[in-house]
Write a protein that binds this ligand. Structure first.
Ligand code: DP6
Length: 366
């Protein structure tokens, strides 16, 4: 008797950090955003999700979809985001099987999924982005729904988006836009590559972990409170973001760090202003976050005065942790300055001088 075949796949996907933030949905079920956004995908070396999926071919009591996150089993809720991603991928696999009689019929098998992050989950470090992106990358490998078989990365991003909005951007490495799209069915709300990592490889992201505690207001709930109550958000989505998307895309194309930094910091500031304009207000930054902003501002002021240009750009997501974008030539100086004013208090993160997180082109990986 020949052994039954094993259908399984493992992929990793990295975190992305937005420089033009996504904040607000016009459709909460399909996850369609109120504005386009743009991010840099980081290297997988330091912040990534690793996900394995296996088809359960044997039947029995275990023959149902199951999910483990960081070793703990999580319920896959009916109609929830994971279930939606699974059923969309299954649907595509079924169509593929229907069009190709030589393919094994695996679409209807239950799936067991195990995923782990190598960084604190839900601490404002975009864990949902890497997690859902890794899930879609893994299922696309398992089901052979790949560019060679006519399924583009943007097609996959449309499904990752339904798991978590920001996840669609982690499907690409380098510099990535999530185009909000105009259609009600979300078919044009996809991630697209703005530039590969090789285009501007000397841009580094320094992640200053101010706190690795779980954040107070989850993004999903926070952004809808903003949509419901903030007048400033309407100004942002209509008047500010469309022009900023164009300017920052040009800055990336020209590798113009000063312009990139200006737009990045302005957008982070406006995102947190919009959170403050929400009722009840949402506070993601703390005193340390604000002190980091002051330090970067002072560093840039002194540097520009000397004719040396901008040294660092800060940005903050839905938590107090700072991400600083810095050019390679300035990494040492900026790190030394940060460590002088904010000495490390924890051993749990490795020596920052050996880190140098970089945008990555090699994502997602099988
Ligand atoms: C502040 O993608 O986590 O990081 O779509 O509800 O899952 P859901 O939200 P999520 O929100 C990310 C918000 C942000 C900004 C960004 O990454 O663009």
């Amino acid at each position: 008797m020949s052994p039954s075949p094993v259908y399984e796949a493992t992929c990793t996907a990295p975190v992305n950090i937005a420089v033009v933030k996504y904040w607000g949905k016009r459709d909460t079920s399909l996850i369609l955003p109120t504005n386009s956004s743009l991010s840099v995908t980081l290297s997988q070396d330091h912040l990534r999700s690793l996900t394995s999926a296996r088809c359960i071919t044997s039947g029995g009591a275990d023959a149902r979809d199951r999910l483990w996150l960081n070793g703990e089993e999580e319920e896959i809720k009916q109609g929830g985001r994971t279930e939606r991603c699974l059923s969309e991928m299954r649907k595509m696999r079924k169509e593929f099987e229907a069009s190709n009689s030589s393919l094994p019929r695996i679409a209807d098998f239950p799936i067991h999924i195990a995923s782990e992050n190598n960084f604190p989950t839900a601490a404002g470090l975009a864990s949902s982005a890497s997690g859902l992106s890794a899930l879609i990358a893994t299922l696309s490998t398992l089901y052979a729904l790949t560019p060679e078989n006519g399924v583009s990365v943007s097609d996959l991003s449309r499904i990752a988006r339904q798991g978590s909005g920001s996840a669609c951007r982690s499907m690409f490495g380098g510099y990535v836009a999530w185009e909000m799209g105009l259609k009600d069915d979300g078919s044009d709300s996809v991630a697209v590559e703005v530039a590969p990592v090789e285009h501007w490889p000397d841009l580094h992201a320094l992640i200053l972990v101010v706190s690795d505690k779980k954040k107070g207001t989850p993004s999903t709930a926070g952004m809808q409170r903003t949509v419901a109550t903030s007048a400033l958000l309407q100004h942002r989505i209509k008047e500010v973001v469309p022009a900023r998307m164009q300017r920052i895309t040009t800055a990336i194309q020209k590798r113009d760090f000063d312009a990139f930094a200006e737009e990045t910091m302005a957008d982070s500031n406006q995102f947190h202003a919009v959170c403050l304009d929400t009722f009840p207000p949402i506070f993601y930054m703390n005193d340390v976050s604000r002190a980091v902003i002051q330090l970067v501002t002072e560093l840039n002021r002194a540097s520009v005065e000397k004719g040396e240009g901008v040294k660092a750009a800060y940005t903050y997501d839905a938590g107090p942790n700072a991400v600083l974008y810095v050019q390679e030539k300035d990494v040492k100086q900026v790190l030394e300055l940060v460590l002088r004013y904010f000495p490390q208090t924890t051993e749990s993160f490795p020596d920052p001088f050996n880190l140098g997180a970089k945008p990555a082109s090699d994502v997602p990986q099988g």
